[in-house]
Design a protein around this ligand. Sequence first.
Ligand code: APR
Length: 185
Amino acid sequence: MSCYKFNQVRIETVQGDITTQSVDAIVNAANTSLLGGGGVDGAIHRAAGPELLAECRTLRGCVTGEAKLTRGYLLPAQYVIHAVGPIYGQDDAPDLLASAYHNSLQIAINHKLRSIAFPAISTGIYGYPINEAARISLRAVISCLHQSHTIELVRFVLFTSEALAIFNEGFAAVARNYDDITTCL
Ligand code: APR
């Protein structure tokens, strides 16, 4: 686990299952159909129950780099923010990955949510190298938190100990470039 403080917001990494996180919103690594899939998408739909898919059907999909909000149904989280990350190697993949984090946080800020948990978007089926994704995700989150007065916790939930270690290393490298980031462990 690692933990940073930026603009009164706690940014932390943990190893775990995002479907069990008791936060205001969890972020789903979805696809453009928003109709479910494998990986974390499949896990979230299984845990939330069939009403999640029913609501997703009303959203008419989501373009890559964007995100949409639904309720969380049977999940501990009140909401699910469905973000569509890029497939590694597609045009503008780094910017699209950053946008997926940025737009997810913007939805949380707009809804005055206090806590949000992210998976490592695009680092599974979509093939994004996790060490590159870690740096992009923290930079994107930091760039968004300047404008937040309600977010208190941003949690990155890594599924494996290897992914956690790589995220921690990437975050430490990025944090060194910001004077106003402090560690909070
Ligand atoms: N909790 C947290 N993280 C998880 C969980 C879970 N329960 N299950 C998987 N992960 C991790 C994976 O180990 C990976 O690091 O989430 C990260 C993202 O992997 P994917 O779920 O494969 O998502 P992504 O790479 O963004 O690909 C999206 O996969 O599931 C389909 O419908 C989805 O088409 C979309 C594509």
